[in-house]
Each structure stands twice: as C-alpha cells, then as structure tokens.
Design a protein around this ligand. Sequence first.
Ligand code: SF4
Ligand code: SF4
Length: 444
Amino acid sequence: MREGSLEAPTRHPLNWEDAEFYKEKPLHEEMERVFDICHGCRRCVNLCTAFPTLFDLIDESATMEVDGVAKEDYSKVVDKCYLCDMCYMSKCPYVPPHEWNVDFPHLMLRAKAQKFKNGQTKFRDKLLSSTDALGKLSAIPVVVQTINAVNTNKVTRSIMDKTLGIHKDRKLPKYAGKTFRSSMPIVSVGSSQDGQRTPGKVAVFVTCYVNYNEPNIGEDLFKVLEHNQVMAVAVQKEACCGMPKLELGDLEAVKNLKEKNIPQMVKYAQEGYAIMTSVPSCTLMFKQELPLLFPDDEDVQLVAKAMFDPFEYFVMRDRDGLLNTDFKESLGQVSYHVPCHLRVQNIGLKTKEMLERVPGTTVNKVERCSGHDGTWGVKKEYFADSMKIGRPVFRQMHEEAPKYISSDCAIAATHIVQGMEEKHDLSDVKKRHPITLLRIAYGL
Ligand code: SF4
Ligand code: SF4
C-alpha cells in the first residue's frame, strides 16, 4: 500500500438524506476507523484542538489505542472541530482517491448532524447561527443601540456569559443599524466588457455580515467594481448562505436556505455573470459545500461554477488586461491574514498578489488559522482555545510594524486585533478589509 496519494484530492458527496447517515453504530464504526488512522499518523496535531483532544483520549486510555476510548468521549473531539477543512486540504495524504478515504471534517459534520437530529444542540448555538434573524432584529432603530450597548457592557456580558454561554471577554462585532441594502444603490453601471477569464458583469451576494455589520465593505466592493467599469448588481432577496447552520449540523436548515438562494442566483449564472461575496466562508459554501450536499441539483452546480472570490476575480481581470491599475495611494506595510476558508478554495494567494500590485505596498502574509471560526470562538467553553490557536497569528501579524491589519474574513480580523491588543498598543494601526484597502489605493 502507498504511503500517501499522489493524485489530486477529490471529495465525495455527503449522503446526508440517507437514514444510515444518522445511525449511531455505523457512525461510531467509521469514527473508530478514521481515529485509528489519525492515531498512527498525527500530522494534524498542531492544526486545532480537535486532534490533541483525540490523541490525549487515546494516550490516557487503558489500552493506549483507539479501542480504549469510550464512545461517549468521541463527542469531545467533535465539539472541538469548527470545520475549517484545513486538515483535509492541507495535511492529509489519505484523502480520496486514496483507498483509506479519510475525510475528517465531513466525518465531524456527520457527527454534528446526528447530534442536531437527536435534539442535543444548545439553544445558544442555534441562536448564534441565526445570523439573518439576529441581523433583522438589529436593523430596527433603538434595538440596534440596545444590542450594541448590551454587547459592550460588562454587567450584561457577565449575565450573557452565565446564562447563554457567550464568553464575557469575546469582542462581538457591532451592528451597523443601517443595512447595506437599505443605504446603497444596488446597481453600479459599467461597460460589461467580458475578458477571456472574467465576465464583465458581477452579481454580488451581499452576505449577512456585510449587510448588518460592516456595510462599508459592500460599498467598497461596488465602488471598486464601478471604477473598473464592471457592471455590478446585488443578488435580490438573498438569505443566509447556510454556513453557520452547516457548522451546527442543521442540514435541513441548510437545504431551506439553499432553496431560497439558488433560484435567485442561478439566473445570474445563466446570464453569464460572475457571482462573488466578500466573505470567504459564504463563497466556499456556494463553491464547495452545497455542491457536495446536493450533487444532483444542476442549479447548485451552475452557481458553483460562476462563483469567484473577489480577489481571484481582480487578478484574473488584470490578466485579461481589463483592470484599472492607476493606483493613487500606497498602502505601506500591510499585515495580511489568509483565512482557512479562503485557503481551502485552492486559488492561491490572490489577495496578496493584488495588494502587492499597489506601488509602495509590502504585504506580510500570515497563513495560519486564527482560531475564531464564525461562532466557535465566541462560545464560553472554546474562547480560551480560540485565543491559544490564534497566538502565533497575533505574534506574526505584529511583526514588521504594520500600518494596516487585514484579513479577507472580517470576523477573523476583529479576533486578531483582540489578540494583538493583549500585548501591543495598536493605536497607530488600522484594521481594514482588503477590499477597503483596494478602494483606498485607488483614491476613491
Ligand atoms: S476541520 Fe479544522 S477544526 Fe476540524 S479537525 Fe480539521 S483542522 Fe481541526
Ligand atoms: S486527518 Fe489525515 S493527516 Fe490528519 S492526523 Fe488524520 S490521517 Fe493524519
């Protein structure tokens, strides 16, 4: 038998609508099989806290093998996995087509789905994953001030810590009050010139985060597209992409959201639009996760093919000779974090490449997991782990005295700043999304 696969990794669709998927015995058998392979391999020990948890359980068991670990303890490993996909995409030599067929994240997802189906998911986790519902609530004037005040007040945070299990020290993103959709014209006019690699028109899936928390990122994306003569529209009537529900294992909710979004988006794909989001997790959901959950849904596959990460689009637009490279302002020293959900898209370091096209700009790239994930690092029991995983990132981001701190994942950027502030004075450093940096560079 070969040690690792020499072929490109492939991923099998998830048979999540099959009753077998939710049966405890076959799940435990598959976990035992995969855990045993991981025990003999241990390459992923420093990726996250799921693997150290597994290896500690094995090493402290009576047999010091997987058969010595109680099945009830398997959930301790599952709960530490936030489905970043890095073990699958960056480390594992035994992923399909290798005959051992190890897909650790999808195995964890199956266990989460079983937990959800059995009604064992906490109220807090359901609440945190309802990004659209929370966002709609925050869009009501007065309510937004109340939510933001509650989220920053020590007394109420202490109550939230005790009653909801939301860690009192986790800095929560602010709600903007005025949503992107309510304050922005949703069409920008351009010449729509197609390139060899890039369509000249773009449909932007706005995302819950941009709509409710940082609408400026959406405005900046539209400004940059318009400046490049690209016609851009916002996808109408979108719902959450479903990633938070996927991470919870609530796959029926993922299906419901898919049925709201895909009919809206497929029209753009059929008309030759590029579709993009400025949140890597949402892009990944449409590019990779939904196609694996719904392999027979042609509309899902069509949307997946039309998806672009914004910087993937800009770099390819540049190669098409259609990008405006008349930059007006240098960015200086940028500390740039590459989020896991961007790395696993396998498109290379397009954000870095683009930012380095701006004269007078140096990018210090940090390519490690920051440890936050969408909601994982917010939870009381994982906050300390999330700060521990992020520590090397906080340190590396501070090296080279940055003028800007940036990450394609705006939530990760907030977490990174929180971690850096524990040791450093950041009063001269600005946190900006890479799209915003591009707008600054254009002088817009
Ligand atoms: S998917 Fe990410 S969090 Fe989960 S086990 Fe793999 S590396 Fe760890
Ligand atoms: S997921 Fe793959 S690389 Fe990671 S420990 Fe398990 S077998 Fe090894």
